[in-house]
Design a protein around this ligand. Structure first.
Ligand code: FAD
Length: 545
């Protein structure tokens, strides 16, 4: 365990915070980047309950903090997705699920520098004479430290600040090994996780919807302006060049997320990767027997069909809660508990949600992983190549390895990549090109619409062999073998690497130099077996070669 993890400090500060206050003019829910929804949002729900109790209006606050986005390598697609979802929350017509329909104002403000953000928020509360604020916990180190500061300031100002666990199915800091330590290996974590969930089914219960504010709030001089305020279209420095395309592939709003969930649970996969993320998409075939969810066990690693849920952008921004997706999956199975075995498609899928929990649990216990340090400290000194030409070729999908190039072009086109492809390109960057995993982590974070610090870091450290994975560093993917498994039809490579569109069979996965030259396709940057040997040497003796 890293010394003094900030989550423990935060929980300590929270337990010593102001307990009762009187005379608040409103209750505030501070909505953060990972809880962009009205439905099943614990902090919002609790704030609403409290506002009812003390008979005051509820206000939702969102603070744009551009310096935090720079510090966290947030990309324009993610920021644009956040703004689009805020607009949907504020004013979207959404069957009673937008704040406008509930008569609740959403106030969006921009704050810089990040260092003074806690004071900025406290000042807003003072200006509104608000003494009670509710927020869901953000588990990243900087955010935990910020919230510790908020708690300190709130105490000085006699403001009650309630922080709520919402992001995960099982909150961090609650599961321990028999030795009383946090889990650093997934399988035992998963066993304990499913046991704990099934013993505590209320953990997946739905948080009640907020109650509408009284109508008079509209005419209240202090709050009327909040209703008229617009959510900005963009944040300076984060202009999203391909916004229109992203809107089609990843539409915003809770109903788009539930549509995506339905599509996964009840319709069959398609061969093409691109297209509207919508259950009513052209060609969607409804199937009770062979839906993506039911076929997930056997088909999930196939990058040549869209076999997975594609819910990651929605889960990572909290447009839908992890509880809602698990409840829906259990409804499909018609069971009361939570099934997460490797025996069924749905169970296997719930296991992926356990990975999502796991990586945040790891980050909370060992915060260094999210601060550029390897989980396995012995790999801090692995010697990396410095090669901008190779790095650029990887980013652009021009490495000469078709599966790697298809995957990177999928990322650049869609803002999203299939999980197996993520593993293949991450392994290729770190083991074949011998480039530092942090470069890849940063590029992913900027390009992904589903960027999540803990999952991204966990995935990169898993692939680089520096993370919690008990498999030793010498697990090195052969990208050509991986290609045949992940893309058996070749449709994936043909879709994203059109210059190879005419190829079939082994040629497609590993074109000969002659074929590649004829088609204007690059030759491989490195020879896989030589690169593999280099990686083995460098990992075996970090810092020596
Ligand atoms: P599904 O297969 O339908 O899975 C359902 C949900 O489970 C996902 O939406 C996601 O929330 C969660 N999940 C699935 N696999 C994982 C996993 N391995 N780790 C953690 N959560 C998982 N996921 C992100 O959400 N954000 C990231 O920034 C991110 N970066 C990654 C980087 C690398 C190098 C790797 C190998 C994986 C990364 N993942 C990340 C995990 C995973 O690839 C994506 O969550 C998944 O591909 C999203 O597609 P889906 O929603 O169709 O997944």
């Amino acid at each position: 365990l890293d010394a003094d993890p900030p989550l423990q400090k935060l929980l300590k500060a929270a337990s010593a915070s102001v307990k009762t206050v009187e005379g608040t003019d409103a209750v505030v829910h501070w909505m953060r980047m990972a809880d962009l929804r009205v439905v099943d949002n614990r902090a919002l729900s609790q704030a609403s309950k409290r506002a009812r109790e003390v008979d005051v209006p509820l206000i939702v606050l969102f603070v744009i903090s551009p310096q935090d986005y720079v510090a966290h390598d947030r990309g324009p697609r993610k920021i644009d997705f956040v703004l689009r979802n805020l607009k949907a929350i504020k004013a979207g017509a959404n069957e009673g699920r937008s704040l406008k329909e509930l008569n609740i104002p959403l106030y969006v403000t921009t704050h810089s520098p990040r260092r003074t953000l806690p004071t900025g928020v406290i000042n807003i509360l003072k200006q509104w004479n608000v003494k009670e604020i509710y927020a869901n916990v953000e588990y990243e180190v900087d955010e935990l430290r910020r919230d510790i500061k908020i708690l300190e300031l709130a105490k000085q100002e006699d403001i009650k600040c309630t922080l709520v666990h919402d992001k995960l199915l099982v909150e961090p800091g609650t599961l321990f090994t028999q030795q009383g330590k946090p889990f650093s290996v997934f399988s035992p974590f998963h066993r304990r996780w499913i046991e704990a969930l099934n013993k505590n089914l209320h953990w997946i219960a739905e948080a009640p919807m907020p109650t509408p504010n009284d109508c008079e709030i509209h005419s209240h001089s202090s709050y009327a302006d909040l209703f008229n305020q617009e959510v900005p279209d963009e944040v300076e420095g984060f202009q999203c060049e391909d916004r229109e395309k992203m809107k089609v592939i990843w539409p915003e709003g809770h109903s788009a997320a539930t549509g995506m969930l339905e599509r996964f649970l009840r319709t069959k996969s398609r061969a093409s990767q691109l297209g509207a993320a919508n259950p009513l998409e052209e060609g969607a075939e409804s199937s009770a027997k062979a839906s993506r969810a039911l076929a997930y066990k056997d088909k999930r690693d196939q990058a040549d069909r869209d076999t997975t849920s594609r819910l990651s952008p929605y889960l990572s921004a909290g447009v839908i809660s992890c509880r809602e997706v698990v409840r829906a999956a259990m409804d499909l199975l018609k069971i009361k508990g939570v099934e997460s075995s490797r025996d069924t498609g749905v169970g296997m899928w719930v296991q992926e949600l356990a990975w999502r929990d796991f990586y945040t649990h790891v980050m909370c216990a060992w915060p260094r992983v999210s601060m550029g340090r390897p989980y396995q400290e012995k790999f801090a000194d692995v010697k990396w190549e410095v090669n901008e030409v190779h790095f650029n070729a990887w980013k652009e999908g021009k490495t000469g390895v078709p599966i790697v190039d298809a995957a990177m072009r999928q990322l650049n086109t869609m803002g999203w990549m299939h999980n197996r492809s993520r593993m293949i390109v991450a392994m290729y960057l770190t083991k074949d090109l011998m480039l530092d995993w942090r470069l890849g982590e940063r590029y992913f974070s900027k390009a992904l619409i589903d960027a999540d610090l803990a999952s991204n870091n966990g995935g990169w450290q898993w692939s680089a062999g520096t993370g919690t994975d008990p498999q030793p560093y010498f697990r090195i993917f052969n990208p050509y073998n991986q290609s045949e498994k992940a893309d058996p039809t070749g449709n994936y490579i043909r879709e994203f690497v059109p210059e190879l569109g005419g190829l079939r069979g082994p040629d497609l996965h590993k074109p000969s130099a002659k074929v590649a030259q004829k088609l204007g396709y690059p030759l491989p940057l490195v020879d896989h077996s030589e690169a593999r040997n280099r990686a083995l040497r460098r990992y075996k003796n970090p810092g020596t070669e």
